[in-house]
Write a protein that binds this ligand. Sequence first.
Ligand SMILES: Nc1nc2c(ncn2[C@@H]2O[C@H](COP(=O)(O)OP(=O)(O)OP(=O)(O)O)[C@@H](O)[C@H]2O)c(=O)[nH]1
Ligand SMILES: [Mg+2]
Ligand SMILES: [Zn+2]
Length: 289
Amino acid sequence: METNDGRRILCHPRGKKNQTVVGDRVQWQASQDEGTIEAVEPRRNLFYRQDELRTKSFAANLDQVLILLAAEPEFSESQLVRALIAAEAQHITPIIALNKRDLVAPFDRAWQRLQTYSAMGYSLVPLALKPRSDLGGDDSHPLDAVLAGKTTLVLGPSGAGKSTLINRLVPNAQVLTNAISTALNSGKHTTTSTTWYWVDREKTTAVIDSPGFQEFGLHHIEAMQLASLMPDFAAVATACKFYNCSHLHEPGCSVISALKSSSDAHGISANRYKIYSDLFAELSQQPHY
Ligand SMILES: Nc1nc2c(ncn2[C@@H]2O[C@H](COP(=O)(O)OP(=O)(O)OP(=O)(O)O)[C@@H](O)[C@H]2O)c(=O)[nH]1
Ligand SMILES: [Mg+2]
Ligand SMILES: [Zn+2]
């Protein structure tokens, strides 16, 4: 826990209902050199995933989520969609960044795969985060303006460069990073906890590092809600014949006709439709609790 004047104090929650997540604001009481959390202030939002059996909170009170992908390892579009939906459900602005521009061929392929997402209105930022000394590349920070004055959760698969980004923004953070091969071959994530970092001395800009995600459960979302959380679906779904259209088989479904004409700018890609139908099936099987 950090006080308003910047001291960090180890705090323990009083009782089960005062469990905190990164980004929470709390009322606390000092007890010798440690403290007790007496109350957690109401959250503006809470970014979390809901797996079949377990809720995993990432952070609260966010301005935006930066979904960091990389040319390598190749990213899963399904995981990207899930993270986007989770952000939309909490009204948190997602930003997509693609790292490792120095790996030219895989970068171009990945960039191509992401065009659908910039077409539907998401910000898409190209990055080369590896330290300049390693690459001899330019030293610009296209993210600086995006991050300034905000609290951003950095999210993405293991090895994308989340901790590399944190180290670049906060040089004295010295977060452990790892070569992809070592991190992935051992089946371990280099970063294992979610951690808050101030970027500037004035404490107006914050970034939150998180462990790489593999499975991103959305069991807190109703299947029938999915289309409204996917901008390309939402844009056409209002024209469906049935107001409660599932966009799976109904006659007069404008999502299905947008799929057929996916060559135009407002079309829905076959990949996105497949991800939607899989997710719909997954969420329909599950009892909601
Ligand atoms: N070629 C290249 N490698 C990069 C770039 N940015 C980061 N890396 C490397 O990618 C590897 C993984 O980076 P990390 O920052 O540890 O990745 P992470 O997303 O924090 O991974 P987890 O903590 O496991 O979730 C490291 O070896 C980095 O040096 C880049 O722009 N180009
Ligand atoms: Mg990391
Ligand atoms: Zn429909």
